[in-house]
Design a protein around this ligand. Structure first.
Ligand SMILES: [Fe+2]
Ligand SMILES: [Fe+2]
Length: 346
């Protein structure tokens, strides 16, 4: 879906990508925009692919930013604005339906720790998604690595936050497991070791802007969709199984790729301040994947067998959507093109 030439908004300079995101940004910045429902319905009716729709995914991105408080211009009083919440519900309904229709549904294991752990490892192993990390290790150019950081910054400068919404919604073993993982993600008591902070340092080391959302205008809808999916799973209690499955799959496909990313960065001569984030994850996520697959996902399935289908759906959705986002980068680069949005479309 091509974006019309649009101008920076009052929200962090982020340019709207159509009438819906324009209306949402206006309302979030205190302007009048009272036809949000109509704009959402029209955007949904004319979209041929909600997951890759620039206007819809940017609208969701800024709505979720309002819950995270990730952009300084966002007025906390508007977090629960009824019109914004109603619009978010419409968009989420369509987004979730599109994901459930396109993500391949894995076979359900028995709801036990062992069976769920095994099924998740098998799912991650069978993932035949594009190997962006191998490309980075061997072939990526300096310019492509900068694009990689810009694309990754949309989630990773807020790393772990979407999954934290699940903490109060869990009890017992899965809750303890999630908190154990998140404690590492948030530095285990050391602010300088917060993963998002280590990533910010890597961006600065690579000569990039580490301000949150500095590169939103540059990334395609599928990159926004990857974060929006996590935010939707995390913020909706009815989807708690999906956010748990998502984290399990995320952790299980992290350790080895991060080794390749670090190899690629060293090959290109980046210093330790840039490779640190990736080196950290080689070991951390080898531990996290065990906790996430067994105690978190398996433990939740044992306690709540009714959530098993969503645990497996969340895991498959993580692999599928992140595969699409990685595939976009890899396809662009192997064609000799940039993975960022065309400059004249902005
Ligand atoms: Fe991390
Ligand atoms: Fe992790």
């Amino acid at each position: 879906m091509s974006a019309p030439a649009l101008t920076p908004s009052a929200l962090h300079g982020i340019a709207a990508r159509g009438p819906l995101s324009d209306g949402i940004i206006r309302r979030l910045t205190g302007e009048d925009a009272d036809d949000l429902g109509a704009r959402a319905e029209s955007a949904l009716a004319t979209s041929d692919d909600v997951v890759r729709d620039d206007d819809i995914q940017l609208a969701l991105f800024v709505l979720y930013a309002s819950s995270y408080g990730s952009l300084s211009e966002l007025d906390p009083a508007l977090e629960w604005d009824p019109a914004l919440i109603a619009t978010r519900g419409l968009l989420e309904h369509a987004f979730e339906r599109a994901l459930r229709a396109t993500v391949p549904t894995p076979e359900l294991p028995e709801p036990t720790v062992d069976a769920v752990g095994r099924a998740l490892f098998a799912l991650a192993e069978a993932d035949t998604g594009p190997s962006l990390s191998r490309y980075v290790a061997k072939k990526a150019t300096d310019e492509q690595m900068h694009e990689f950081f810009m694309q990754r910054s949309i989630y990773t400068l807020r790393e772990a936050d979407p999954h934290s919404w699940a903490i109060p919604r869990l009890t017992g073993r899965p809750k303890a497991a999630l908190v154990e993982i998140q404690s590492d993600e948030y530095g285990g008591g050391r602010p300088d070791r917060v993963h998002a902070t280590i990533f910010a340092r890597a961006m600065r080391g690579a000569g990039l802007d580490d301000t949150y959302a500095a590169y939103v205008d540059d990334v395609p809808a599928i990159t926004l969709a990857s974060l929006n999916m996590m935010s939707m799973f995390g913020l909706n209690r009815r989807l708690v199984g999906a956010i748990v499955g998502h984290l399990a799959a995320f952790e299980m496909t992290s350790s080895i790729p991060n080794r390749f990313y670090a190899d690629g960065l060293r090959r290109l001569g980046f210093a330790e301040d840039v490779t640190d984030y990736f080196d950290e994850h080689v070991e951390a996520d080898a531990v996290h994947e065990q906790i996430a697959a067994r105690d978190l996902a398996g433990g939740l399935a044992e306690d709540r067998p009714d959530l098993l289908p969503d645990i497996m759906f969340g895991a498959a959705a993580c692999l599928t959507v992140d595969g699409w986002a990685a595939g976009h980068m890899l396809d662009s680069w192997t064609r000799g093109e940039s993975s960022l949005r065309e400059r004249d479309a902005r």
